[in-house]
Structure formats: C-alpha cells, structure tokens
Design a protein around this ligand. Sequence first.
Ligand code: PLP
Length: 448
Amino acid sequence: MKDSNFLKEHNGRLMWHPMTSPQDSLDQPPTIITEADGVSITDIDGHRVVDGVGGLWNVNLGYSCQPVKDAIAAQLDRLPYYSTFRGTSNDAAIELSYELGEFFAADGLHRAFFTSGGSDSVETSLRLARQYHKLRGEAGRTKFLSLKKGYHGTHIGGASVNGNANFRNAYEPLLPGCFHIPAPYTYRNPFNESDPERLAQLCIQALEDEIAFQGANTIAAMIMEPILGAGGVIPPHPSFAPAVQEICNRNGILLITDEVITAYGRTGAWSGARLWGVNPDMMATAKAITNGYFPFGAVMLGERMIEVFEGNPSAKIGHGYTYSGHPVGAAAALACLAETKRLNVIDNAAARGTQLFEGCKALMEKYDIIGDVRGGYGLMTAIEMVSDRATKQPIDGATATKVQDVAYQSGAMVRVSGPNLIMSPPLVLSEADAATILTALEAGFAAT
Ligand SMILES: Cc1ncc(COP(=O)(O)O)c(C=O)c1O
C-alpha cells in the first residue's frame, strides 16, 4: 500500500466519487477508511469509530464475518467465475436460487434472477415488468409509477422512477412514461396532513387518481420501497402498502418492492413486504445479500411472473449481466444467508432499532435543531435537522456537516444526506455500540 502521505495528498484528486462533485472532494477530502473489524471502522490516522452507517446500509453482519470470508476464499480456489448465460450455469448460483426460494417463500417469491447490485436489480425488475405485459398481449402497458422521495438507484430506468430531483435533473431527459405519487411523509406533504393514517389514505387516493388519469391499461408496474430509505427513512402508516397492493392487483399493475435496503432483516422483519403483509410480484434485492463482501444482487419473482415466463419458449429473457450468478458472489450470499438466519438478526435489529429511535427522540427534547425523528422499524433511523422548528426551515449544509464531523470525532460515523442524518448500522450492533452512536450524536448537536 502507498504511504499515508501519498494517499492523503491524492485523496479527492484522482478519483471521481459518487454523489459528490470533483471540486467538493478536493475542498473537503473524503475520510479514508483503511481497516474495519466487528462493527467498527478505522481511518488512515488510526481513529476508530462505530460504523453507524453499516458501510452503505449493507454491512448487516459487520466486518469480521469469518464464514463469509472462508466461503469466498474456498469458492475462489474452486471456481472463480463461470457465466450463467444461455447454455451454462454454476453450482453455487443454483444452490443460492434454492436457498433464496426457501427464504422468500413467505413473500410468495420462488425464483431468482441474479444481478451485480441494487441498480441492476431495479433495472431488471422494470424490464421484466414490461416483458411480462408484452407476453400477455398487453404491449401498451409500458408506464411506471413510483413514490416521490423514493430512491431506486442510478441506471436510466431507476433514475426515471427516482423521486428526488438531485438524482434526476443532470441526466434528463429520462425515460418517458414515469409518474410520481406523493409519499406518505408526515413531516412534510402537500396536503398539510400530520396524521399518518389519514395521509396514507390521501396518498392512496392520489395513486388511484393517477391510474385513472393515465389509464390502467398503460401502466406496467408500481415500484416502491417498503420504507423510503435514502429519501430520509420514511415509514408509511401500516395501512399504506396493503392498499397499494390491492389497487395494483385490481388494475392489473405489477407491484415491485425495491428492497435493496429492506430485505434480509434491516427493518426487524425478513423483508419489507413481510413487514407490511404484502406479496409483491417482484422484489429487487442487493446490499445485505452479500453484506458488502462482494457486489451482488437478486430479483425475486412471484407466481404471476412465473406463470407467464415459464412453459413459454418465446419468453426469452434478453437481459442479464456478465456477473449474473457470479459463483463467488453466490458463495458469499449463501454464507451471509446462513449467518443471517443463524443469528436471527431481526431480533437484534428490532431491539437496537428501538434503542436508537428512542435515544434520538430524547435528543429531540434537548436540541431544537432536530425537527423530526423517524424510524421505529429495525435499524433504519433518521433525524431531520432544521434551522427553525416552527417554520421547518431545513438546516444549512455547513451546520449539517458540522454535526456529522463532530459525531465522527466523538466516536461514530453517521451520514448526512440533505437535511437528514441517517443511521443504518450493522444489525449485530451491541447495546453499548448503539449508546456510543447516541453519545457521539449528542456531541455533534451540542457543538452547533
Ligand atoms: C432502495 C434502493 N434501490 C436501489 C439502490 C441502488 O443500489 P446500488 O447502489 O447497489 O446500485 C439503492 C442504493 O442505496 C437503494 O437504497
């Protein structure tokens, strides 16, 4: 490895980073992480903190998961790569399809299509949705519906259904035929409705209206996160997702749950679909499928998809990735799934999630900068910061960054995204680690 002076000198200069401008990377060089163990990360200066971000919502099992490392090493020795394109397969990918079929049977999902990550899984779902309708003789169903504030990755299809202008404007024009429904975001919404259940009903009515306006027979699918993640951890009222499913079913529209964050336990349930009691037609997963140990994803497919695609020789899937079903990724995923089940991570996610959520609410009593605290479903928690509670004026970027920086110096990595401080630590977090995150956050707020 190059020495630390070389790395610091070139930090921000040689690499363009996602979600930031090259100039920002020069002005505020990124923190260089060089080691990790358990649920902690260590930077190039030897400063070790609890990783309140869990990598990027993905390192559910922490950084020292030996069975995953062993599985990867063994697979690299035996078969580092073979394709699953037409005519060939590999044993690890087949075994993983079986295990995922068992894991997601309760969601009504029985087949897997493998990808290299979350954006790929979203793109795969959108493409298969269009093909599904073509195969059924409804070629006019091409449009997509999604929620404002939703995040669905960065491919052109995913960006088109994204509900946040920051990820769209620079890349427009995007895919035509994508329409956005108001999100059930109680703190800010166009209806000025502060009751979550009534707000859910208003958003549902907006969905019905949009379908009527577009014409149901022009719409291929509705894609949504069961809990909006990157948009600021926005859990809907429990009545919301079942109502969306009922409307989709009634109108022949496929329901895709984007569970790149929520699948594999993060919400305190094994999937977001199971949390809300819905059965999607497709579920896009990635991230914790391999916990960050390997780039990998899987789209899980339900009965309606299976009926139309299987037993039909003309249902050729003209889509896939060189790394679809990568054997090393599949081996990593098999080991992650086994560990995830052995540790029954949902219990700890729920317990530590409650601790973090309640702790943040207690901080809200003390610091006016906290406008809203959201979470309560596993280890997805956000604090929305404001400069004025009464007007809900969003915090300025410099103050938000200061909170994050002081929290980092005080023992925890948390992530600022717009006015939100987002926490998504590993699901194996201990009570003491969660307390460290809260203490560090408090230091951040006290410094403003
Ligand atoms: C809900 C959701 N969908 C899709 C993606 C895109 O995943 P990736 O960054 O692996 O392409 C993300 C990433 O955070 C996500 O949160």
